[in-house]
Design a protein around this ligand. Sequence first.
Ligand code: NAD
Length: 457
Amino acid sequence: MWRIVSINSATNEIVGKVVGTTSEQAKTMVEKAHATFQSWKSLTLQKRIELLQDFAKHLEKNADKISKLMTQEMGKPITQSEQEIARALDYLKWNFENAEKCLSPETTFENDKTIHKVFFEPKGVVLCIQPFNFPISQFIWQTIQNLIVGNVVVSKPDINSPLTAKLIREIIDTSKLPKGVLQICIGGAELGQFLVNQNFDMFLFTGSTKTGEYISKIAGEKMIPAHLELGGSSPAIVCADADIATSAERIFANRFRNSGQVCDCIKRVIVHENKFDELVKNLVNEANNQVVGNPMDKETTIGPLVNKQQLEKLIVQVADAVKNGAKIVYGGKQPKNLKGNFYEPTILTNIKKDMKVWQEEVFGPVLPIVTFKTVDEAIKLGNDTIYGLSACIFTSNKETYEKISKEINAGMIALNDKNYGGAFNPFGGVKASGNARVLGKYGFRELCNIKLITFEK
Ligand code: NAD
């Protein structure tokens, strides 16, 4: 038996201990999942949804407990944890209400003699691996559509929130879901590595690009699909005709939510040179209005980073920028009065393209800003990244928006705010940000084998 120690990221004190899953137990879970697949698959869609609705009901009853634990373990301000569970419940509802429409067979050809139809069938036993930043919503995003289509899931949440994972497992056990349909292994990278080498029909991985590359190789050897939802360095392009006060407010809210630990949040600002001073001034005003501190406090807007390693990585990235000539306009250090993994909201200018804050994904409350002269230059800067998750374009000109949105190489583009989120929309990126889409109709279908059957009339 081994135990995982859960650390409060705001105080570095111990929150509790959880028994970790051993490799023997994980192996048994995978076998049990395979044994359950046929019976789960053969239930009607409506019956599966009915059983999942019971799970959702239990989850809702525990919403307060889940949000408190998430905040304690990974440091997200409590108001944001409450929003996370509320949104996860909304997403469940959308999937229950729309599954049938998304998964109904489609006619591809028809004449007076024959009809050809495409059916969406489950793939089998799916391994779902989640990152640390959204413990409940990532779990729901990865598992719910799988279960609805008839796949069976073995899920491995991130090790930073083991008490949250344990609570979710208890909720599954109290629900009417058949045993073996949705199992949770609790552990870290080693357990993940063990799992990817077991017998699965598909991987659904959300996390860093580095781990995604490894998982993709294993999937290639096994000849199974690996759905990868990876890192990002999304640009905000702020044009000369944008409303700067509103843009600053939205960019700030987007970039600094969850202490900047969001895959698709704005991680680089590219602003027209004539609006640079005004935008920076407004962003600094926003920074001045933040409350950095105890994430359990409802007034807090910026909590700590999830752990020491993430904080240390961020410190190195900022130090590299400063060493190479970046100017700290705001923040740039750990607050002296706070004990945990806190970092001040930080705004950087004088950015050069070889700096880590431009080249790498920055997973913390730091925002680098550069300027452009022409729209073509802005597009080039926006695409100057290995990532391609999303982009936000701030402009009042429809044609400018159309041009930039077509030429930016990313999975999701939004106008004047990050407004593409929703259970109905496909979520995912291109380039090093991944190869798949979760959520909505496209999310459902990517989890299925597409079977064509021809019929005589
Ligand atoms: P990570 O890659 O370190 O870990 C993610 C998960 O993979 C964890 O559960 C971890 O235990 C597991 N893991 C680590 N090494 C493994 C291995 N060798 N084999 C199998 N499993 C292994 O990522 P993280 O730091 O937890 O998450 C942050 C990253 O996730 C950021 O890059 C962020 O952009 C990305 N992310 C992407 C999305 C998206 O939808 N595109 C969403 C959220 C987070």
